[in-house]
Design a protein around this ligand. Structure first.
Ligand SMILES: NC(=O)c1ccc[n+]([C@@H]2O[C@H](COP(=O)([O-])OP(=O)(O)OC[C@H]3O[C@@H](n4cnc5c(N)ncnc54)[C@H](O)[C@@H]3O)[C@@H](O)[C@H]2O)c1
Length: 347
C-alpha cells in the first residue's frame, strides 16, 4: 500500500500541536514532522527536560510553550489563541513507579489533563484531526491465552497508571461520539523504546546505563514477564499515518488502533539481547542471579499486541526488528551519555 501520508505538500501547510513535546515520543515525532515540512508547536508542563530537542538541534525550529494541562484556563487560552490543524496528545505522567507511590498527580495529569485539552479543542471547533495516546496498559490484565489484545476487548485496568490511561481513553471516546463529533483516533500501543527515552527507570535505558557502567541494574521482577516493544521511529510513522488519514477522512472518528510487533519478549530476553549486542556476558550473568525471589507487584504480568487492524486499514506494519532497533538505540545512548549525565534526568 502506498505511504500516502509521507506527503510534503500536505504537511507543509499544517500546524501540528504535540502535547508533551519535550518527552521521549514527542521529541522524536517533532523531529520527524519537521523533516516532512510541518510547522510544529508543543506544550509541556516542564521547560527543563527539553534536552533531547536541544541535542537533536530542533528546539529552535519549534514553538514550545509551558502549559500545564491540569489548568483548564491556561489550556483554553493556549488552544484558542494558536493555529492548530492537527493535535497529537502525548502529555502524561508516565512513570509507573511514581504512579504507584503517588497516584494523585498521575490521575490529575492523565485524566483531568485529557478532558481539559479535549474540551478546549471542542470549543475551538476547527481542529481537523486529534490523536489520543492511550496505551496497552488500559486493557489491564488478560490471561496469556487471550493475548494479543484485540481492540474490542473491555478495558479493565487495576493499577493507577493503567487506570489513568483507560480513563483518558474513555473520555476521548465520549468526545468522539455523535454528541460532540470531535475527530479523534485513540491509540493503544505496546512499550516504545529508542533514542531520546530519558526516563531512566524504563527497562532499556536502565539496562544500557549499567552496560555503560554508570550504575547497577536492579531487576523489578524475575525477568519472566512478557512485554512487546515498538521502535520509536515506527511509532512516528504511525502517528503521521493516523493523523493524515483522519484529517482526510472523518469516517475514522472514534476508531481505536492497537500496535505492537506481535512478539512478547520476556524482560530476560531483552536484557540478554542488550548484553549480547554489547559483548557483556558477565553483566548478563550478574543480572540473572538477581532475579531470584523478585516479584513484580502493581504491574501487569504479560502484554503483547498485534497490528492486524492497522495493517488492514492503512497497510502499516513495523519496519524495525528488535535486534535492529536495539542496535540503533545503544549507539544513540553511547553518544548522548558522553555529553550528558543521566543524573540530570532523575526525578
Ligand atoms: N513510552 C512508552 O513505552 C509508551 C507506550 C504506550 C503509550 N505511551 C503513551 O505515549 C505518551 C508519551 O509517552 P512518553 O514515553 O513520550 O512520555 P514522557 O514522559 O517522555 O513524555 C511525557 C511528556 O508529558 C509532559 N507532561 C506530563 N504531565 C503534564 C501536564 N500535566 N501538562 C503538560 N505536560 C505534561 C511531560 O513534561 C513530558 O514532556 C504518553 O501518553 C504515554 O502514556 C507511551
Amino acid at each position: 500500500m502506498p505511504k500516502n501520508y509521507i506527503n510534503k505538500n500536505f504537511w507543509r501547510s499544517k500546524t501540528v500541536l504535540i502535547t508533551g513535546i519535550n518527552g521521549f515520543i514527542g521529541g522524536n515525532l517533532a523531529k520527524y514532522l519537521l523533516s516532512l515540512g510541518a510547522k510544529v508547536s508543543g506544550i509541556s508542563n516542564s521547560e527543563v527536560k527539553n534536552r533531547y530537542l536541544v541535542y537533536e538541534n530542533i528546539s529552535n525550529k519549534i514553538q514550545l510553550s509551558k502549559v500545564d494541562l491540569k489548568c483548564f484556563k491556561d489550556v483554553s487560552k493556549y488552544v484558542s489563541k494558536n493555529k492548530i490543524d492537527i493535535c497529537i496528545h502525548l502529555a502524561a505522567q508516565v512513570d509507573v513507579n511514581v504512579a504507584k507511590k503517588d497516584p494523585f498527580e498521575t490521575f490529575e495529569s492523565n485524566i483531568r489533563g485529557t478532558y481539559n485539552l479535549l474540551e478546549a479543542l471542542r470549543k475551538k471547533g476547527t481542529v481537523k484531526s486529534i490523536i489520543i495516546a492511550s496505551s496497552d496498559k488500559a486493557y489491564g490484565e488478560y490471561p496469556l491465552s487471550k493475548l494479543p489484545y484485540k481492540e474490542d476487548y473491555d478495558l479493565k485496568p487495576l493499577y493507577p497508571y493503567d487506570v489513568s490511561k483507560a480513563c483518558g481513553d474513555m473520555i476521548a471516546k465520549s468526545f468522539s461520539s455523535n454528541l460532540f463529533k470531535l475527530p479523534i483516533i485513540i491509540t493503544r500501543f505496546a512499550n516504545i523504546y529508542g533514542p531520546g527515552q530519558l526516563n531512566f527507570t524504563a527497562l532499556i535505558p536502565d539496562c544500557i546505563l549499567s552496560i555503560n557502567k554508570y550504575r547497577k541494574f536492579i531487576p523489578r521482577g524475575d525477568g519472566s514477564n512478557k512485554r512487546d516493544f515498538l521502535y520509536v521511529k515506527d511509532v512516528c510513522y504511525l502517528y503521521t499515518c493516523l493523523s493524515y488519514n483522519l484529517y482526510k477522512n472523518k469516517n475514522y472518528t472514534g476508531e481505536v488502533f492497537n500496535a505492537g510487533t506481535t512478539h512478547g519478549y520476556t524482560v530476560d530476553e531483552i536484557i540478554r539481547e542488550l548484553c549480547k549486542q554489547t559483548s557483556n556476558v558477565k553483566l548478563y550473568d550478574e543480572i540473572k542471579k538477581k532475579y531470584k525471589n523478585k516479584k513484580l507487584s502493581g504491574e501487569i504480568k504479560h502484554q503483547f499486541m498485534n497490528y492486524k487492524k492497522l495493517n488492514k486499514y492503512f497497510g502499516w506494519k513495523p519496519t524495525y526488528s528488535i535486534e535492529d532497533g536495539l542496535n540503533e538505540t545503544i549507539a544513540w545512548y553511547k553518544k548522548f551519555l558522553k555529553k550528558h549525565s543521566y543524573k540530570e534526568f532523575l526525578k
